[in-house]
Design a binder for this molecule. Sequence first.
Ligand SMILES: [Fe+2]
Length: 386
Amino acid sequence: MDTSFGFYLPTRIEAGCGILKNSGALVKGVTGGKRVFLVTDRGVRAAGLAGEVGDSLSREGFDCLWFDQVEPNPKDRDCEAGGEAARQFKADVIVAVGGGSVLDSAKAIAVLQTHGGYIRDYEGRGRITREITPLVAIPTTAGTGSEVTRSAVITDTERKFKMTVKDVGMAPRLAIVDPDTTRLLPPATKASTGMDALVHAVEAFTCRPANPMSDVMALAAMGRIFPSLRAAVQGGDSGARYNMMIGSLLAGIAFSHADVAAVHCMAEALGGLYDTPHGVANSMFFPMVTAFNAQADPEKHARAAEACGLPVAGLSSAGAATMLVQELGKLAEDIGIPSFRSLDYVKEADFEKLAEASYVNGSTPSNCREITREDYLRLFRESFSG
Ligand SMILES: [Fe+2]
């Protein structure tokens, strides 16, 4: 067993209900910049959240240029257009207001503004050669954790493949975490993003690079997310929203110091090919992959079940892990996540291609149980047949 690990969180976190209205002052506190490139999407703009941040920045004397050309499963071409626009504007700080797609796009834009070229030039780990434009991340969903991670997942539209760009220099300088931003989200978005956060926590905890620090964060994340997700999707109170947002933050810190694993490999393969929302894709494979993995490490899966608040007292590790698998399936159903089978655009003829894309994902070696192309193919088939 490799016992070595490091822990470095370069992101300052400011969290609290209602702090969005002070975002201008918070940004001012971490940057000497004056020209803000404000990355968002049309939905967040329409909800008024980006406007609130923009007003607060203006009150603090920042000049802002808005960029709202971000789609779900963010695309390489939009990031490249953003990088060019940020360069022309001479942005000296980038503020991202939105879900994971917006936050990841902002990271890619900051890289492209300072490094040029195409985002695929930076695919993989450690390809960033100098400091990027300072980033401030303001999440408006409780799911991605991107506000504290050092990676961006961007769709290569030519290869129809979700690539990861990862470098410690891509971590936001500041995360402004306001649980009230999720108040007006549609239930389906709360459901899928919340499941993404839960997958982050479970995969961070059970994957091979897990370490004592990431374990603490991952367990704390599960303890907030699992018992709160149903209530949060149904509208919920501020307590459920708070638990989801802080749970997502903790899960983000956990997986950025450990990794994700096979669920994400399959979800990213699916998202790259069909544009399936990330959280939905994760959720659909979560129970099947957890059942596969639990056989290799029933103890850790039993601890995950306990952290989720499941009544596992008196059960064996294998029994507790089985309960976790069943409860993950029930949770997805209760909050209205569609089944893999129900997606009418999925073709069984694509499963080989999906298995291959999953296998070559950089997180495959992190899965707690060795997983082959054939295993992935079987898991796609089993998830499809339910
Ligand atoms: Fe994710």
